[in-house]
Design a protein around this ligand. Structure first.
Ligand code: ATP
Ligand code: ZN
Length: 283
């Protein structure tokens, strides 16, 4: 059987979550920091550990069948790959930021200004689409210090909390794109059986992450009010308790709905509420 290859970041912001996702998919492999390639013992797959910038091209050229990388990197390298699944981590935005001391009022204030970035392709497209002509200064790192050093008037860089901008006397000015980690594959690879199976495993892990298994005790008389507050994957299971007039309700619900409903559940008489993580949900 053919052995697939998946490329993930060797070290950096996406490494840990990528490894965790693959392990949660039931894939068994050693995560040696020193190795470039790690075989999976229970699936025909090898993990390649690479710099994130190289991943889109490796996938496009078929050196790897799949990859996990930020959308920002894919768009910057302009490769032809298939988006297989958004992964919900590595969220950030590519933003133009300006010094706090500047009082620009519209995007056109960037005309004639210099902008330092490691994302010249994406920034260039953004500026052209808004009819702005700025000078793009492509640099390889530490973009946020360039206005302070007098190297550029503004920057275009990835931002998640905004802390780095703040500590460099900058403020966000315009959003160029938002990004998260995605699973990509060679064009057309989404129709291959083994890749389909991996996508399904990834999806079942993602679904499980957003959902919790909830067990609570309810007085039988209030059962309807309580189950109305708990829309399950299907319908909740109701199990009689040894104590007369009480039942246990088991259900699976999105975590965000649950926290909103706790006080209503308690008011309706729910007791002993237990919330448990779910490993996988296979539909
Ligand atoms: P490599 O050594 O693999 O080239 P890198 O230094 O280019 O690593 P990291 O800083 O580890 O990259 O970021 C990897 C990805 O994490 C980014 O491309 C982006 O998709 C995502 N990310 C999430 N939040 C941030 C952030 N605040 N700053 C930078 N990247 C972020
Ligand atoms: Zn990189």
């Amino acid at each position: 059987m053919k052995t697939l290859k998946i490329a993930i970041q060797k070290s950096g912001r996406l490494n840990e979550k990528s490894v965790e996702l693959l392990k949660n998919c039931g894939l068994n492999f050693e995560n040696y920091k020193s190795s470039l390639i790690s075989p999976v013992s229970n699936f025909p797959l090898e993990i390649l550990f690479l710099r994130d910038d190289d991943i889109p091209e490796y996938v496009q050229d078929g050196i790897a069948d799949m990859g996990i990388v930020g959308e920002n990197v894919i768009q910057e390298t302009e490769v032809q790959v298939s988006y297989l699944q958004k992964l919900g981590f590595g969220r950030c935005s590519l933003k133009i930021a300006i010094p706090n001391t500047e009082h620009y009022t519209s995007l056109s204030d960037l005309n004639g200004k210099s902008i330092a970035t490691t994302y010249p392709v994406k920034l260039g497209k953004f500026l052209r689409s808004h009819g702005i002509e700025s000078e793009i200064r492509t640099i390889s790192g530490s973009v946020e210090i360039s206005p302070g050093l007098g190297l550029a008037d503004a920057i275009c860089d990835l931002v998640s909390t905004g802390g780095t901008l703040k500590s460099n006397g900058l403020r966000p000015y315009a959003d160029v794109m938002s990004s998260e980690a995605v699973l990509i594959g060679r064009k057309g690879s989404e129709n291959e059986e083994l890749i389909k199976e991996l996508i399904q495993r990834v999806q079942s892990v993602l679904r499980a992450k957003e959902t919790k298994y909830v067990v609570l005790n309810a007085p039988k008389d209030n059962l309807e009010a309580i189950t109305n507050l708990l829309p399950g994957v299907k319908s909740p299971s109701v199990v009689p308790l040894a104590e007369e007039g009480w039942v246990a309700v088991h259900t699976v619900i999105p975590e965000r709905d649950f926290w909103d409903r706790i006080s209503q559940l308690k008011q309706a008489g729910a007791q002993g509420i237990v919330v448990m993580p779910i490993e996988k949900i296979i539909l």
